[in-house]
Ligand binder design. Structure first.
Ligand code: NAP
Length: 484
């Protein structure tokens, strides 16, 4: 079940939010701690207006809520709500209100016994969850905040150990925890929460539209194949839209999830644990990932930048689809002869694909990078010249300038790796960053009369090829024209 957490300041606003999302969700959680005065509201009428299963929660600040008043008042309010037959009432692990428990049970309301930890995944989480589940008929709920890749692995391992507990809700907050929210059915949680705003004190909640329209969380089951993208940052990625839509169109039982990763080692353990079938690789892991894969496709031997990894016959096999993705938009807009001298800004993983792509069509390439040693290394491997990124004067000599650094990517929309550079009219300027669609780099180029190309088309083409490597099926025709 997808549960929308209602966190508006008035019950009228909560009900309006429910109406706007009714089609997408299965139930609601009413957060009394967000309301100005929940005592003034008539719970029977609220329950009637909800018309779908609901949870009553009155969360204290210490547990991630907003309530800071006395326990006596909280108890009085919860008692009032316990008599109206809501489906569930959330009572924290350390909350002991026997009269509320009795009243709730007498009125057909189940108790969710909850535990929150905002600083990590405690080693004794398994025993905490077992304790939460020990109350007769009570549903255990544990919300913890994994701080890194190793803690999200630990959380999944603990979830695996408590398979015998039938009625439970276990979730990881924050970006590291997102996979637990999407895979809630696979891990045996009875529901997953979503919200519209992010003032819930439960960071990382998706909105109902993304839950349904991007991830299709209610369709995920024990057999669903898992794909994903690893990176840091990664939440900006549009790849989940492209891949999930294509799976749906191709009627495949598969889901594609963003994995925030700060340690590749831990991610590979998680990948085996979750039986991940394949994944995309983004900033900053395209080069480092090579140390972890078992087989390299032929193009990887020279490019040494891997954006696609697939599990085949118990082996991890790496590919590069960025090279093709980069060249196609460039060559569809420009004749091969309209540019000879090419400047590539950046010397990271994506830059490697761009440099080798341009070399493969016989172009003269120069690399401009902040860390000169990285520029030198790549230039020597690919047979190019290299310069510090500050050599702005030299850039006037180039027909094509390709921006491959992560500078200017949302949220740093106002940044450019070439502050102060005035582009030449007629210069071809290509920024492979795709969030925002038009970067400051491209805006500056447009003002000077340059011919510009953004990174979205590249993203799409590399993603289409990636889909075909992952699934061994053609990318659905109808999806080829779609934008996202
Ligand atoms: P990466 O391996 O981490 O490389 C980052 C590059 O950015 C390095 O050259 C780095 O320079 C440079 N850089 C970072 N911060 C900088 C700063 N403040 N000033 C100057 N240079 C800076 O990342 P990547 O995988 O190559 O990805 C780079 C970007 O390309 C990302 O935004 C990614 O989303 C985008 N991309 C788009 C597509 C697409 O399909 N459109 C495909 C691939 C990548 P140093 O060497 O000095 O650290």
């Amino acid at each position: 079940m997808i549960c929308l957490t209602l966190m508006e300041l008035s019950i009228e606003a909560d009900l309006q939010l429910l109406e706007q999302n009714r089609e997408l969700i299965d139930m609601v959680e009413l957060r009394l701690d967000m309301l100005t005065d929940p005592m003034l509201i008539h719970p029977d009428i609220v329950k009637l207006k909800f018309g779908i299963p609901s949870i009553i929660t009155y969360r204290k600040k210490v547990d991630g809520g907003k309530y800071q008043g006395s326990e006596t008042y909280r108890r009085t309010v919860l008692y009032k709500y316990s008599k109206s037959g809501f489906d569930y009432i959330d009572l924290e692990m350390d909350t002991s209100f026997p009269e509320i428990e009795k009243s709730a049970l007498d009125n057909g309301t189940k108790i969710i016994r909850s535990y929150h930890n905002f600083s990590g995944v405690p080693d004794n989480l398994e025993s905490i969850i077992r304790q939460l589940a020990s109350g007769p008929g009570e549903i255990a709920k544990a919300a913890v905040f994994p701080q890194n890749s190793s803690e999200i692995l630990q959380l999944f391992e603990i979830i695996n150990k408590i398979k015998d507990i039938e009625d439970k809700i276990v979730l990881g907050m924050g970006d590291f925890g997102l996979p637990t929210r999407i895979l809630y059915k696979k891990i045996g949680s009875i529901l997953t929460f979503c919200s519209i705003s992010d003032n819930s004190g439960a960071p990382g909640q998706l909105n109902p539209e993304d839950m349904i329209n991007i991830y299709g969380v209610n369709r995920i089951n024990k057999n669903t194949s898992i794909y994903g993208i690893i990176g840091n940052p990664v939440m900006h990625s549009k790849s989940p839209i492209l891949h999930n839509r294509a799976y749906r169109r191709a009627k495949m039982d598969a889901v594609y999830i963003p994995f925030l990763v700060d340690n590749i080692d831990s991610f590979f353990k998680l990948a085996l644990f979750l039986n991940i079938s394949g994944f995309s690789v983004t900033v900053p892991y395209k080069v480092d990932i090579l140390n972890y894969i078992d087989e390299r496709s032929p193009e990887l031997e020279s490019i040494k930048s891997c954006n696609t990894v697939v599990r085949n016959d118990q082996l991890w096999k790496g590919f590069n689809t960025d090279l093709k993705g980069f060249l196609k938009p460039l060559l569809s807009l420009n004749n091969l002869s309209s540019f000879e001298k090419c400047a590539v800004i950046g010397a990271g993983g994506a830059s490697r694909s761009v440099v080798f792509a341009l070399k493969s069509i016989g172009k003269e390439v120069s690399i401009f990078n902040r860390s000169i040693n990285k520029a030198k290394k790549l230039a020597e491997e690919a047979g190019c010249s290299y310069f510090p990124i500050t050599s702005l004067d030299l850039l006037y000599n180039f027909d094509l300038i390709v921006q491959t650094t992560s500078v200017g990517m949302t949220p740093e929309d106002d940044e450019t790796p070439l502050p102060g550079y005035k582009f030449k009219s007629g210069q071809i300027v290509y920024d492979i960053v795709y969030t925002p669609l038009k970067t400051k780099f491209l805006k500056d180029a447009e003002i000077s009369g340059a011919i510009t190309i953004g990174g979205m088309e590249m993203l799409k083409i590399q993603g289409i090829e990636q889909f075909e490597i992952f699934t061994k099926q053609f990318f659905p025709q109808e999806e080829q024209k779609e934008n996202f």
